[in-house]
Write a protein that binds this ligand. Structure first.
Ligand SMILES: [Zn+2]
Length: 593
């Protein structure tokens, strides 16, 4: 597509020549390049939801729809929804020990996963906050000590902080420790770093971790100076206790003679963002009510940073996202442009999704507010990271097993370009926007040229894009979309028969149960299941989409973090009892792991 934005690009001269007569309806390398060039330019600052630059991107995409003759849906093409992008420290952060009042920001800070609550209670020192028994190592900091209704003071880290393979590593996270403490009945948590763990004694900084789920209790990170004051009557300092635990490798918990009055508050920063929707109406009087969806997400990681999804979280720099996913957006624009030139039996809905990187939020919002009846969607094609085709001309194509006819149809389409090689996967779930459609019973096709060294780094730039490959993939995707729009009978949805193949999701969440969790869930009273993998352990146990997991082996699950931590502690071959809520009623299912 050529418009005012591309004038400065390397094809600027041609752009000026052509801009008076609209876009070239063919899929051209120049136009693919121009779209990627603009969307991944530094001027858009990494396309982070809620920023003005993200709105420029939305506007650009909408203009290409209009110029191609698409009908804009929702509000002038923009479907608005709200996402939480950050958290900030609230007003109500207080800490008083005895008569001493400490200062928020200087002496202590709240954790991102704190509950907004207050507690005035006694306090117990509980070591590293461990409670595990694994590979012959047993350590329980809560044995023989009553923490019910009290504050718990714990050290951050573990006795082997420099060892990645340490047995303690799975239990050393602040969030895990808090969960272990609340399991034991604690109603408030203070965490402090010993000098071995952090010589400089830096307070944590607030980072939004993409879930709204909190720990249910106030959780504060405090300075050593404050902890030493709290410990005053015990005769120990934080440094003493850290050394003792590291040397003895066993619990050393005790009641501290001190009264702690503290409260914590964090607030969510919410912004509006948009899916961009355009429609090409079908020309068949009957089949035009059937809709084929083609989509690609247009958001990326902004400037990166901790918890952003960046693989270089310590580097604050524009993450341009040329491949992820300006490439996909460029392709759907070009494909739609070409399809708009011909008569199609079915209708084509073109969607650029926002907030994919934050947990598929845009596609999820869309399937819950679809503008149409979801039953009208006969297939969904998702393009995510399609600009880095390798020398073997490979395309990863997932969703092959989500319709009865899919595999045979794709075999036939291989003749479109015999230089391409396909890596087929039957799976309909996966770490991108098609998953939301598959979970609604829509056959899906997910196309990608795969991950690479620059994936989720500031170096995913246009210079690395294989525009020849992008063109090949776009031509093929055009043929696929054309086929789906104009075939006589639409595809028949089926659940694919994958057993619990362990998928390495981009966000690394475990799927040992074979479920797709709603990891952005707002409830904080359980983990909702967005999908169940056919033939997986959860499926066999009778778990269903929409169920809310509230406990595993009797231990409470409030959110995705609790779930992941509990999964970590389960062993293969055993059976776990899982409490779920279905239709407001509690049930217990047995999952064979
Ligand atoms: Zn990504």
């Amino acid at each position: 597509m050529l418009n005012k934005y591309s004038i400065l690009s390397m094809f600027g001269f041609v752009a000026i020549m052509l801009s008076s007569c609209g876009p070239n309806p063919e899929i051209t390398k120049e136009e693919l390049h121009d779209h990627i060039d603009y969307l991944s330019s530094d001027s858009l600052k990494g396309r982070f939801p809620g920023t003005p630059e993200m709105e420029l991107a939305a506007d650009y995409i909408r203009n290409t729809y209009t110029e191609a003759g698409l009908k804009l849906l929702a509000e002038q093409g923009l479907q608005e929804f709200e996402v939480t992008t950050d958290i900030s420290r609230g007003e109500n952060n207080n800490l008083k020990v005895g008569d001493t009042i400490y200062s928020a920001g200087k002496d202590f800070v709240p954790y991102s996963f704190t509950a907004n609550k207050e507690l005035n209670a006694e306090i117990v020192f509980a070591g590293y906050g461990f409670n595990f028994n694994k590979k012959g190592v047993k350590w329980n900091d809560f044995e023989g000590i009553d923490v019910k209704g009290k504050w718990v003071l714990m050290l951050t880290g573990d006795p082997e902080i420099d060892s990645a393979s340490s047995i303690y590593a799975a239990y050393s996270g602040d969030r895990e420790k808090t969960l272990t403490a609340t399991d034991a009945g604690a109603l408030g948590v203070l965490l402090v770093s010993g000098p071995v763990m952090d010589r400089r004694d830096k307070l944590i900084s607030l980072h939004f971790d993409k879930t709204q789920g909190n720990s249910g209790v106030p959780v504060l990170n405090i300075k050593r100076k404050v902890a030493n004051e709290i410990l005053k009557n015990s005769g120990f300092t934080v440094a003493d206790l850290e050394e003792k635990l590291n040397t003895s490798r066993q619990a050393n918990s005790f009641v501290i003679e001190a009264q702690v009055n503290g409260s914590a508050e964090v607030n969510q920063v919410k912004v509006n963002t948009h899916n961009v929707l355009g429609l090409i109406e079908g020309t068949d009087p009957v089949l035009k009510d059937e809709i084929i969806v083609i989509g690609a997400h247009y958001d990326h990681l902004g400037f990166g940073g901790p918890e952003s999804g960046s693989r270089m979280p310590d580097t604050i720099a524009i993450h341009n996202g040329a491949d992820d996913n300006a490439s996909g957006v460029a392709a759907i624009i070009e494909i739609a442009e070409k399809l708009a030139q011909q008569d199609n039996k079915r209708s084509l809905l073109v969607i650029a999704f926002s907030a994919e990187e934050m947990g598929l939020l845009g596609s999820k919002y869309f399937v819950n507010h679809p503008e149409f009846d979801v039953k009208q969607f006969k297939a969904m094609i998702n393009l995510d990271m399609v600009g880095r085709m390798k020398e073997d001309n490979g395309i990863l194509l997932a969703g092959v097993g989500t319709s009865i006819e899919g595999e045979a149809m794709l075999k036939e389409l291989e003749s479109v370009d015999t230089s391409l090689h396909f890596g087929y996967s039957p799976d309909g779930y996966g770490p991108s926007d098609h998953a939301a459609f598959y979970s609604e019973g829509v056959p899906v096709f997910f196309l990608s040229t795969g991950a690479h060294d620059e994936y989720h780094t500031p170096f995913d730039d246009i210079e690395k894009i294989n525009i020849e490959g992008e063109k090949k993939l776009s031509d093929y995707s055009f043929a696929l979309t054309d086929k789906l729009l104009n075939m006589e009978k639409s595809l028949t949805y089926q659940e694919n028969d994958m057993t619990d193949q362990r998928k390495r999701g981009r966000r690394g969440f475990s799927v040992t149960f074979g479920i797709m969790p709603d990891y952005a869930g707002a409830e904080n009273s359980g983990l909702r299941i967005d999908g169940v993998r056919n033939g997986g352990p959860a499926d066999k146990a009778g778990m269903k989409k929409g169920d809310i997991i509230t406990a595993i082996d009797g231990k409470e699950i409030k959110n995705i973090y609790d779930y992941m931590h509990r999964l970590n502690t389960l062993e293969k071959g055993k059976t776990a009892s899982v409490d779920i809520i279905r239709n407001k009623e509690k049930q217990i299912l047995l999952v064979q792991l």
